[in-house]
Design a protein around this ligand. Structure first.
Ligand SMILES: *Cc1c(COP(=O)(O)O)cnc(C)c1O
Ligand SMILES: [Zn+2]
Length: 436
């Protein structure tokens, strides 16, 4: 499995046909399974079913995992997402992203008071290590797996944060790196790639164009595209947000979660993470768990399907300041919608001005400076409260997934100016109390 050179397309195909079945070391991973038709594949660098084109998901041996995992085994683990390694799709020791995860879960009393919620928590991934967004989780898992599969080059199609995280982790693990981004990203997100010196490719198009291009490139170059051919493993990293939430709440499942939607993967995996903890007896089941989604109105294909009661998505052309969520044709949008409907949740959408208001509200009440995606989550949370969908007593968790220092353009003109004074006490006095 650990060939030193990167796997070639043909060798992947051989593996997909069973040429290189998982070894006994891989006992917790049974393989990959098609979400649609259930066909099984070995756990290699593939992401789509050859027969029905459904997405592939990691298939675990929960009986084997259940024999090894317990609350105390987790509590005795590292202070990172790797404390849940039994439920992550890697077979050996983690090698990339050793410090990702275990971000603060904040009891948001002041924001809660404003919104009329007694039990509101903020999961604060604005301080994730090393690149200040939730993407450090998925990249830690995807790149550890990519190395296990023998790749020496990583790549991604990104709305911004993913490229930052892949670039940083490639630098620290000595892998070659190509990141593909839309040409019009925020300056902080672009610089947040360049500083690590990967090859940064700005594509004259939107994310959906970038993603389609990367699928074509992936067919020609033997690279680990973390969110394309490595996607089944990448996506599993998002479960750690649910695991940490449950553990940090004192081994409990919340009643309500509010999750931002880009491709929809994060939302579906948060539900999956809670379900796995229930299945393994690590937490008591909570059948009140309601999964809510948040989108930017300027890119809201999942929200639109939700409000029209449809179960299919119509792709849109993104136009929003929440660029990290600007996916017009979300790969997991249908599954996210399904999770929301099944849990009797809702999806809300925030306009650009509401996103800025949401960023300010979170900062002013909780001292957390989130990027635009955080503004989407807070604005959507507010709408769900106003619609009476979230009750005062509900144990509620809102996921704040990225850092505001990366999207400063969004706040242009939205904040007051500093008070300018001369370096004298008199000048200060005059400013603070002009009647003096
Ligand atoms: C990528 C991203 C998300 C959501 O990602 P999914 O594609 O839906 O899994 C949410 N917030 C931020 C800041 C992101 O960068
Ligand atoms: Zn299939």
């Amino acid at each position: 499995m650990n060939s030193p050179s990167a796997p070639h397309q043909e060798s992947e195909r051989t593996r997909a046909e069973g040429g290189n079945a998982p070894s006994s070391k891989e006992s917790k991973i049974k393989g990959l399974k098609c979400r649609e038709c259930g066909r099984l594949y070995p756990a290699v660098a593939i992401h789509i079913c050859e027969f029905c084109f459904g997405p592939l998901e990691v298939d675990y041996d929960y009986a084997a995992i259940g024999r090894r995992i317990s609350r105390s085994s987790i509590e005795g683990g590292p202070k990172s997402l790797w404390r849940y390694h039994e439920l992550l799709p890697v077979t050996g020791e983690p090698t990339v992203g050793l410090h990702a995860g275990m971000t603060p879960l904040i009891h948001a009393k002041r924001l809660g008071k404003y919104l009329g919620l007694d039990n509101l928590y903020i999961k604060n991934d604005t301080v994730n290590h090393p690149t200040l967004s939730f993407k450090d989780r998925v990249v830690a898992v995807a790149m550890t797996r990519a190395r296990e599969l023998g790749f020496d080059t990583v790549a991604c199609a990104s709305t911004g944060n993913l490229a930052n995280s892949v670039s940083a982790h490639a630098a620290s693990s000595g892998m070659k790196c190509f990141v593909f981004i839309p040409h019009d990203l925020e300056a902080g997100k672009v610089l947040g790639n360049l500083i690590y010196n990967p090859t940064v490719v700005a594509v004259r198009g939107n994310y959906d164009d970038v993603n389609r291009l990367c699928s074509e490139i992936g067919g020609e170059y033997p690279w680990a595209f973390v969110n394309i051919n490595i996607r089944p493993y990448y996506a599993e990293g998002s479960k750690s947000l649910a695991f940490e939430t449950a553990e940090q709440l004192g081994w409990r499942i919340p009643d309500q979660v509010v999750v931002p939607i880009a491709s929809g993967s994060l939302l579906t995996k948060i539900r999956k993470g809670f379900q796995e903890f229930e299945k393994l007896g690590l937490v008591a089941p909570n059948d009140r768990l309601t999964v809510n989604g948040a989108q930017a109105e300027g890119c809201s294909p999942v929200y639109r399907a939700f409000v029209s009661g449809k179960n299919h998505l119509i792709p849109v052309k993104p136009q929003t300041i929440a660029k990290s969520l600007a996916i017009g044709n979300p790969a997991d949008g249908f599954y996210a919608l399904e999770v929301v409907f099944k849990s009797k949740g809702a999806i809300a959408a925030a306009t650009d001005p509401e996103i800025v208001e949401g960023m300010k509200l979170l900062a002013e009440t909780e001292g957390v400076f989130a990027e635009t995606a955080g503004g989407v989550t807070v604005a959507s949370l507010k709408k769900l409260c106003e619609e009476g969908r979230i009750g005062r007593k509900d144990l509620t968790v809102a996921y704040i997934t990225g850092n505001g220092l990366k999207t400063m353009e969004a706040l242009a003109g939205a904040l007051s100016e500093p008070i300018s004074i001369d370096p004298t006490l008199a000048s200060f006095r005059k400013t603070v109390n002009p009647s003096n």
